[in-house]
Design a protein. Structure first.
Length: 179
């Protein structure tokens, strides 16, 4: 019933607007989600092949925004798949924002990306480009492998996190294995 009142209010406001620009601003910048879901899993495919699955406890879709997006304020998990639909990497973050038209996911705060070898990327900001199947950031990164710690100021990787390039490498420390 509340949605009906909101719709009525917006329509009344738009009809009463003398200036079309005012009406455009209201339509382009809604302050409410047009759809909300709890415990949602989104599956991304290409030619019938699963490329990624994104899960979130809460998703809010803002489809009327000038740049439509889906907001995941209570955390996001991503599983990325190779061409044979085997899980190849996993990502976790406190916040996620998926931009519908541009087809990319921004992960923020306490971001972790782990590949099947166990290499772990830690950062505060990471972007997954669905179209290019790339993951990147221009923020500080820490990569932990079984025998190294690597630091840098950015990273570009395939979505499987098996081939990556680090910007401004700050350290490469060999770790001793405990005997």
């Amino acid at each position: 019933m509340n949605k009906l009142y909101c719709l009525f209010f917006v329509l009344t406001f738009l009809i009463s607007c003398n200036d079309d620009e005012e009406a455009k601003k209201v339509i382009q910048k809604p302050s409410f989600a047009t759809e909300t879901g709890e415990g949602v899993t989104l599956t991304y495919t290409d030619s019938g092949i699963v490329k990624a699955k994104i899960k979130a406890p809460l998703m809010q879709h803002f489809s009327l925004s000038q740049k439509p997006y889906t907001f995941m304020p209570k955390g996001v998990e991503g599983t990325f798949f190779d061409d044979h639909e085997n899980a190849s990497s996993y990502a976790f973050a406190d916040i996620g924002v998926y931009y519908d038209k541009e087809k990319y996911l921004v992960m923020k705060q306490n971001v972790k990306l782990i590949n099947v070898k166990g290499d772990t990327l830690s950062t505060e900001y990471l972007v997954w480009d669905e179209v290019k199947e790339k993951i990147y950031t221009d923020k500080f990164v820490k990569i932990t492998t079984p025998d190294q710690l690597i630091y840098g100021d950015g990273l570009v990787s395939n979505q499987n996190f098996t081939e990556y390039r680090i910007t401004n490498v700050k350290g490469n420390i060999k770790l001793k294995k405990e005997e």
